[in-house]
Design a protein around this ligand. Sequence first.
Ligand code: ADP
Ligand code: ADP
Length: 222
Amino acid sequence: MMISFVDLTKKYKDTIALSNFRAELTEGVYGLLGPNGAGKSTLMNIISGNIKATSGSCLWNGKDITVLGKEFFNLLGYMPQQQNLYHNFTAKQFLWYMAAMKGLKRKQAAEKIDFLLELLHLKEYSHKKLGEFSGGMKQRILIAQSLLNDPQILILDEPTVGLDPMERASIRNFISEISQNKIIIFATHVVSDIENIAKEIIFLKKGKLILKDSPINIIKSM
Ligand code: ADP
Ligand code: ADP
């Protein structure tokens, strides 16, 4: 499996949000780092089909994702930041709703939902409203929904924001454990989130690729 970015560029009026971005991603965890405004969200939004690039392309196994369309987007899991949570839904209702959005069949959804609630230690909170969830529980339910369709490509937008060090560590371990046969893009501001689990760190600044290398090589070169 491979995602290739070929001179990917996104312009808004006066701003170049992403500039001739070139990279190839294969199985494993990629830490996406960079200050605010670096272009991280723009990149994640292009991969997930929310926005279109101004020029250049994003390829999945050599084929343009905008041509593949559903065939590609069905392979994708996306964990957004917390603001879009449905506070009045219980954990289970939320996962059923997301499963329906993703077009899962009832039987498949029922099995997957039970499996994910168990996997993320949320089973005992199945009938609790998301509005009453702690920060860590909210992050876990958002991860759970991103895994409903067994994605081959998983995009995590700051999955550890607002968590304490213990919760960060367990999210990190969890991501590392599920990374086989997946390309995982893990956006964060916290280097310690990804230094031990990322195969490579991708560092963007002002829309430009500054660095793409393994954490070991980056440390050696400092
Ligand atoms: P990051 O996620 O790294 O903080 P973004 O991808 O959100 O960076 O933003 C990259 C640049 O593009 C920033 O300068 C931002 O202000 C600009 N930008 C992002 N979205 C829009 C938009 N819808 N309209 C205009 N400018 C935008
Ligand atoms: P690790 O891979 O580090 O062993 P765990 O499987 O223990 O991680 O935990 C995964 C997630 O579930 C973590 O966010 C952890 O904090 C949380 N968790 C573990 N046990 C419980 C529990 N009994 N109740 C609620 N959350 C839990």
